[in-house]
Design a protein around this ligand. Sequence first.
Ligand code: NDP
Length: 456
Amino acid sequence: MHHDSAWIRDFMEMVEAATPGEPAFHQAVGEVIPSLDPVLEKRPEWRKARILERLVEPERSISFRVPWVDDAGEVQVNRGYRVEFNSAIGPYKGGLRFHPTVSLGILKFLGFEQVFKNALTGQPIGGGKGGSNFDPKGRSDQEVMRFCQSFMNELFRHIGPDTDVPAGDIGVGGREIGYLFGQYKRLTNTFTGVLTGRAVEWGGSLIRPEATGYGCVYFAAEMLGTKGRSLEGVRCLVSGSGNVAQFAVEKLLDLGAIPVTMSDSSGFIHDPDGIDRDKLAFVKDLKNVRRGRIHEYADAHPGVEFHATDRALDHNPIWAMPCGAAFPCATQNEINGIDAANLVAGGCDLVSEGANMPTMPEGQELFREKGVLYAPGKASNAGGVAVSALEMAQASSRTFWDRDEVDRRLRAIMSSIHRNCLDAAEAYGRSGDYMDGANIAGFAKVAKAMMDQGVV
Ligand code: NDP
């Protein structure tokens, strides 16, 4: 990996030596640190106070046993985690992920990114992340409920509406938040805003399910706006078919774009006619209700190709489809250097990340070199957590905003994140670079708060 200065190399070596076996965490830290070189140049007092050394160490990490009984009466054992990364600007806030690949290192990468993202939203929220290696795929509702209850039986002692407020992420949607909330309420005998992503009937906010996907498309529109362009008529590649992908597609349709792909871990569909509202409704039912696989979209719609995932390939063919813009909304490391080159060759000059860290360092380097409008997830997918903060505000003040009000606030927040990224990049000589801008703006706010609060 290429680093500008010796201190960056030394710092990364220190992090890697201190946290063996956490490559995704090293990757997330390695993406941020080089952006901060010009900031620390101007702020030697931040270096002296060891702000960076403190930032890479979570304030607290919890790991615990989650035993539960499946439908066949067999005992199952999973591992649960909560990484409470940084509370300099507010209570820990960040999602829970249920996926077989979850490990401490994965959650540390996500929690670290969350600290910067949450600062960028302008809302008073610190960063955290949690989850379990539990795989909800193929499990009955009853099994998911029993797992969630057992998970909460330990997690409840670490969280609270003013301490740590989890939400959803991969594998954790409305169903799981419901079961988790029910068990928290029962254990503590309190009805509070301890989780976000709740249904509107029991304390949730309108637009929270939509917020990450909508926000990611709003951010893309902001980037294009700086060039006097719009998404109207632009063919768009979207990966994933979960919460973020579904609402990214919905907002793309609102703005006149033509989404042509969606995916899951088994493969992707390419619909040259475009995924319209009826087809999107099919995907929502398929994924949220029937919990089926994406190939069923191709089975149900003539003219649509399904490409099965081929793990032997050195690239992901979804990114080789011609397009004007790409919205990776599935998972980390889904765009490598070859994929990035394929995107650019296919005409793509905008990438707005709905997922966290979907682009690998070689891909990021290529996008920046080729002048692609490239928005890193910590900026472009911040709409979800921003509306979670609005959900917290509504819950604690016992008010309820209508859809237009929340959507208006979401749009304003995405616009201000976009502006802050550009301003921060400009101020530190990295004009037009959204990745440096996001890292710098997020860091500056957290570092200032940490300085104010002393060595804690
Ligand atoms: P969902 O569980 O709703 O959907 C995840 C989608 O990505 C599914 O289509 C899933 O397919 C696919 N996917 C997951 N893991 C893999 C994998 N290893 N390989 C290929 N495809 C995979 O999750 P979300 O939509 O909530 O999250 C998507 C991304 O957005 C994540 O990176 C998440 O961290 C990020 N994010 C989410 C936010 C939110 O508010 N929900 C906020 C900010 C970021 P399959 O079903 O086959 O596993």
